[in-house]
Design a protein around this ligand. Structure first.
Ligand code: OFO
Length: 169
């Protein structure tokens, strides 16, 4: 496979792996703080990111490249509030979207239309994720940080996770 594209896809593996670790750290923080609904949601999301990483592994190897297990920096372990967690996630996902777009651009420049078409799945996924986290943030901002309301918010996160799992079958 095209070497420049292979290198860039391996870079994306690093990012997806880091996302998985980041959400795992956030899940652990939320669990410790008693936000069990958010914690479950974040544990599941961490798994999802691992799935995004594995999809890249298989694609690279199937196309004759070599998928590389990345070195990973430890993510931030402590957060000021649950709002802080979701704000960070939203910013993180916007950064990921930018990286996916750069990857698609590189494939176009290198005339690697097979990988470009493979990456469409990630483009769509990023639209969904940005929407999801922007909606969660809007909800949090509306609630305004009141403790009782945060408890309500947390049960909503549990329901959101169940709805997602049902939709995925
Ligand atoms: Fe959070 O999404 Fe991966 O790509």
């Amino acid at each position: 496979m095209n070497k420049k594209v292979e290198k860039a896809l391996n870079k994306q593996i690093e990012l997806e792996h880091f996302s998985s670790q980041l959400y795992l750290a956030m899940a652990s923080w939320a669990e410790k703080k008693g936000y069990n609904g958010s914690a479950n949601f974040l544990y599941a999301h961490s798994e999802e990111e691992r799935g995004h990483m594995l999809k890249l592994f298989h694609y690279i190897n199937d196309r004759g490249g070599h998928a590389i297990v990345p070195k990973v920096d430890q993510p931030v372990l402590d957060y000021k509030s649950i709002q802080d967690v979701f704000k960070e996630i939203y910013e993180h996902e916007k950064m990921i979207s930018k990286e996916i777009n750069n990857l698609v651009g590189l494939c176009y420049d290198e005339r690697d239309f097979t990988t470009q078409s493979f990456l469409q799945w990630y483009v769509t996924e990023q639209i969904e994720e940005e929407n999801l986290f922007s909606n969660i943030l809007d909800k949090l901002n509306l609630l305004g940080g009141d403790k009782a309301k945060m408890y309500m918010f947390d049960s909503e996160m549990e329901k959101l996770l169940s709805a997602q799992q049902e939709a995925e079958g």
